[in-house]
Structures are given as structure tokens and as C-alpha cells.
Design a protein around this ligand. Structure first.
Ligand code: ATP
Ligand code: MG
Length: 180
């Protein structure tokens, strides 16, 4: 078990694809319309991302190892198409996702998870359900609007750190690598 001192130096980390600013702005505006009608807490558009692998708390001594490992990943860029809005009742989140996730996107997440699992950075692997959280604490959604598809090529992998604060989780990019 980690001591308190070790726990204090750990960081809550995840690999993700960040949305291009223009896509984030447009999605934010769609989500703002839902919040205007139904309530909920609209997330900051700068934080919009699609998680590929969640590592949880990584102790400080293992963080340089993780950065070095990820530098050697050489993963491919992927086409992303967000074309639906959906809602999870269990955690009251409104999210944008894919009607039919691109196999290359699912393969990217699976490859990343396998690489991390092989060196004990992951405790579990799960099939990815690609989603971008937009609104939290949405209690009473009405009919969700159709989403005009947003498409782009994700060409950067981000290792992000999640910091819990009174305002909810905030994310900070710890490192970025190009996807070829
Ligand atoms: P909060 O948990 O404070 O409500 P959050 O879920 O955005 O906010 P984190 O829990 O730190 O913040 O998660 C960071 C990212 O990793 C988010 O995209 C979240 O959906 C994802 N994530 C968190 N836990 C898991 C998990 N067990 N498996 C897969 N992805 C996860
Ligand atoms: Mg969470």
C-alpha cells in the first residue's frame, strides 16, 4: 500500500485525444443549447477530450518511465467523426460520440492499452466507448438535438493529468506526442 507521502506525489493520469479548438467551440455551443433548456453544468470547451486509456494514480517515481515509454509508441493518426449526442443517466453526463466508431480508433485505444498493461501501468483493459463529455449534472434531458457530424484527423496523443478541485476535475497536458 502506498504511504501518505507517496500518495501525495502520485498523479491521476490518462491518455487522450484533445478536440481541435473549432470543433470544441461548435460542440460547446450545441451543449449550451441543451443546458439552456434542461440545466446541468457545461464543461469548459478547452477540456473537451476523448480518453483512450485511463491509468489512475501513477506514483511519481514511475512517471519518467511512463514518459520514456510513450515516446517510443509511434502510433498512427486516426480519423474521428463525432455524429451523435447521448446521455448517461447513471452519471448524468451529456456526451458526444460516434454512431459507428472507426475501427482504427478502437484499434488505437486497444494497442495503447495493451502496451500499458504489459508494463503494469494499467490494471484493466476495456473496449473503448469513444465519448467526449460535454455537460455534467444534467438531471432532466429532453429530446437531444441531432448532431451535424464533426470530422477531423487526430494527430496528437496527449498524456493528461486530472486534478480534482471544488469546481470538478481540471486537466493539464503533461506531454504530447505526434501521431504519424
Ligand atoms: P470526475 O471524476 O471528477 O467527475 P472526470 O471523470 O472528468 O471527473 P477523472 O475521473 O480524473 O475526471 O477522469 C479523467 C478521464 O479519464 C475522463 O475522460 C474520464 O472519463 C476517464 N476515466 C476515468 N475513470 C476511468 C475508468 N475507470 N476507465 C476509463 N476511463 C476513465
Ligand atoms: Mg471520473
Amino acid at each position: 500500500m502506498a504511504t501518505e507521502a507517496e500518495g501525495a506525489r502520485s498523479a491521476r493520469l490518462f491518455f487522450a485525444l484533445w478536440l481541435p479548438a473549432g470543433v470544441a467551440r461548435s460542440l460547446h455551443s450545441v451543449a449550451d443549447g441543451v443546458v439552456g433548456r434542461c440545466g446541468g453544468r457545461l464543461l469548459n470547451q478547452d477540456s473537451f477530450h476523448l480518453t483512450l486509456a485511463f491509468l489512475g494514480d501513477v506514483p511519481a517515481p514511475r512517471q519518467p518511465e511512463l514518459l520514456e515509454l510513450a515516446s517510443g509508441f509511434e502510433l498512427p493518426s486516426v480519423a474521428i467523426r463525432l455524429d451523435k449526442l447521448d446521455y448517461w443517466k447513471h452519471n448524468q453526463i451529456l456526451w458526444a460520440g460516434c454512431r459507428e466508431p472507426e475501427p482504427v480508433l478502437l484499434a488505437l485505444a486497444a494497442t495503447l492499452q495493451e502496451k500499458l498493461l504489459a508494463v503494469d501501468f494499467l490494471t484493466e483493459t476495456r473496449p473503448l466507448l469513444p465519448h467526449v463529455s460535454l455537460v455534467r449534472k444534467l438531471l432532466h434531458p429532453d429530446v437531444l438535438p441531432d448532431l451535424d457530424p464533426f470530422e477531423w484527423s487526430a494527430d496528437e496523443l496527449v498524456l493528461a493529468r486530472s486534478c480534482r478541485s471544488g469546481r470538478g476535475a481540471e486537466y493539464e497536458a503533461m506531454a504530447r506526442w505526434p501521431l504519424a
